[in-house]
Write a protein that binds this ligand. Structure first.
Ligand code: ASP
Length: 328
């Protein structure tokens, strides 16, 4: 088995290509850092990671390397998938998931916290409630910072795993009709994903309540990239043509006013009746956690891709870590 593991590690294409060097030691702060050839590369490595995990479970590619998971906001999937990804590559993890038990609670700045953690580890995965926090951390860091969500800003690694989900499930991304539905204002995953899909010329349908429209900065980027998109209040007119329906949670924690949240909380609920109007061959995605947006009766529908999407996140995060840290 050890021989199989080494052979697999040696066969991961990305790590020897010139492209691998392009990511080594780099911060991952925004999806805007990626062009199409970078994305193709991430998809190739992630696929290789999928095969590797399937065959041997783990390899020693990052043996001796350490990652810090620094989370100022709750997380289940992002923190545990980075944790699992690092361990499946033979590395280890230092976790600060509850900053209230760290010196942050004593008033320590983000910069000092980052400088401290990077003294111990090789890469820092950061989730923070403030837009731009990852970029701020990167400005003081010597080691790579990976943005695991900065407030209502971006969530670039989620967009990469969303792309991987689409390509693994549907075989391509070009030529698909993608609908993003829910809280497009505060949902950071759709800010990253919309920009990523624009690179592929994917026409986007943006479905949200009026008060939760896609922010103008994202729309301006889409326009500058020549993307076609349209905005809608209702899912009904666009559902039947959607190859991908990407549903998001209304981001309760970003609202100052509970009444304003409650007014839009259940704006869209995907249930069996809604699915009856969708194509036979399409997928439903969600970055999770879901609250009420998709009923559990949809879970057994083969088009419900969200649990598979969670698994794909592991392979994509393995790819990102391998590329940022390079070969040990
Ligand atoms: N888990 C995703 C995020 O951190 C989506 C969500 O929280 O609704 O952005």
């Amino acid at each position: 088995m050890d021989t199989a593991r080494s052979a697999l590690a040696a066969s991961i294409p990305a790590l020897d290509s010139p492209m691998a060097g392009a990511f080594r030691g780099r911060h991952i702060l925004s999806i805007k850092q990626f062009d199409r050839s970078d994305l193709a590369h991430v998809m190739r490595v992630a696929h290789q990671m999928r095969v590797t995990v399937d065959l041997v479970g783990s390899i020693d590619l990052l043996k001796g390397r350490l990652l810090a998971n620094l989370f100022y906001e709750p997380s289940t999937r992002t923190s545990s998938s980075f944790n699992a990804a690092m361990k499946r590559l033979g590395g280890d993890v230092v976790s600060i998931n509850e900053v209230r038990y760290s010196s942050v609670a004593k008033g320590e700045t983000l910069a000092d916290t980052i400088r401290t953690l990077e003294s111990y580890v090789d890469v820092v995965v950061l989730r923070h409630p403030v837009v731009g926090a990852a970029a701020e951390a990167a400005s003081v860091a010597r080691k790579p910072i990976i943005n695991a969500g900065d407030g209502a800003g971006e969530h670039p690694t989620q967009a990469l795993l969303d792309l991987f989900t689409i390509t693994e499930e549907l075989g391509r991304v070009e030529g698909l009709n993608v609908t993003l539905c829910g809280d497009l204002k505060y949902g950071r995953t759709v800010h990253s994903l919309a920009r990523l899909l624009a690179l592929f010329g994917v026409p986007l349908k943006l479905v949200s309540p009026e008060s939760l429209r896609m922010p103008s900065a994202v729309r301006a980027d889409l326009t500058a990239m020549g993307a076609t998109f349209s905005e809608h209040d209702s899912l009904e007119p666009v559902l039947g043509a959607s190859d991908v329906l990407y549903v998001t949670r209304v981001q309760k924690e970003r609202f100052d006013d509970v009444a304003a949240y409650e007014a839009v909380a259940n704006a869209y609920v995907i249930n069996r009746d809604v699915m009856a109007k969708a194509k036979d061959k399409m997928i439903v995605m969600h970055p999770f956690p879901r609250v009420n947006e998709i009923t559990t009766e949809v879970d057994s529908d083969p088009r419900a891709a969200y649990f598979r999407q969670i698994e794909y996140g592991l392979y994509v995060r393995m790819a990102i870590l391998a590329m940022v840290l390079g070969r040990a």
